[in-house]
Write a protein that binds this ligand. Sequence first.
Ligand code: NAP
Length: 292
Amino acid sequence: MANLIDGRAIAEKVYVDLRRQIAELKSKGVTPGLAVVLVGDNPASRAYVRSKDKMSRELGLHSVKLELPAMTTQSELLSRVEELNRDPAIHGILVQSPPPKQIDEAAIVRALDPRKDVDGFHPVNVAKLVSAAADGFVPCTPLGIQRLLLESKIDISGAHVVILGRSMIVGKPLALLLMQKNKDADATVTVVHSRSRNLEKITRSADILIAAIGRANFVKSEHVRDGAVIVDVGISRVEDATNERGYRLVGDVAFDEVAKKAAAITPVPGGVGPMTIAMLMANTVKACRQVL
Ligand code: NAP
């Protein structure tokens, strides 16, 4: 049976280190500030924004939660982003995705000051990830996955990492991060997606298999070789009458059968999710330190 990689416990370790850094910054009279902007009332987005705001407050950051109505125009949102760009008390800005249809999300991301782009989606930060520039911001989920693996003493260097999914949020930046030439990466990376041939053959060759496709229980035991490490990024709701909410969250991996073959596996929830928020906090502290 696989070892369980406990994302909550590893996130707690990250917070211990961040609390120390935040105390040090405060002793110099600086409080890292994070602004989270929510446009509209998508319930999942609202829940994400709430937990980001709650965590910032728990850590003692200056937290600004900006909730804008669903009919907010592109120019109204742009002017709010520009205000936050100019605000010296704000070091990190995040505009929760997805925004309502009238908003051009890419244009909003381009309007962010790249030094405050703690989500790491601005083209300047994408270029910095490609060129492995240390002062760039790496998207939070990929950064959290790397940290999970490192803290779990899983050897990434030289390993064949197969990533299922090629989104700009997870798959693509994760591939760039894990193939970097440094001791925390150095992986041989393969990315598979909905057009890939022989998907199962490729996933079975993975030392580390990372699933980020958003298809509940897609990865079965036949996709996995004995002794592989499995990281499950997916979050899907499946109906569950026994749960008071009427649904439960499941990952992309059929946990019970895959856990029998794997050496280590992340659960959903409690695996990658807590690390994503922890890395948002870490990126905010980094953004603050970099402008001191
Ligand atoms: P996305 O933008 O929808 O991308 C999904 C990717 O999976 C695409 O590249 C797609 O291929 C590929 N794909 C879909 N079905 C496939 C199939 N049957 N076989 C092979 N590849 C397939 O999703 P995302 O934003 O990356 O998110 C993926 C999942 O991770 C979602 O469940 C999301 O909720 C979750 N997530 C979790 C966290 C966290 O903190 N835990 C953070 C971000 C996302 P094509 O490119 O060919 O269409």
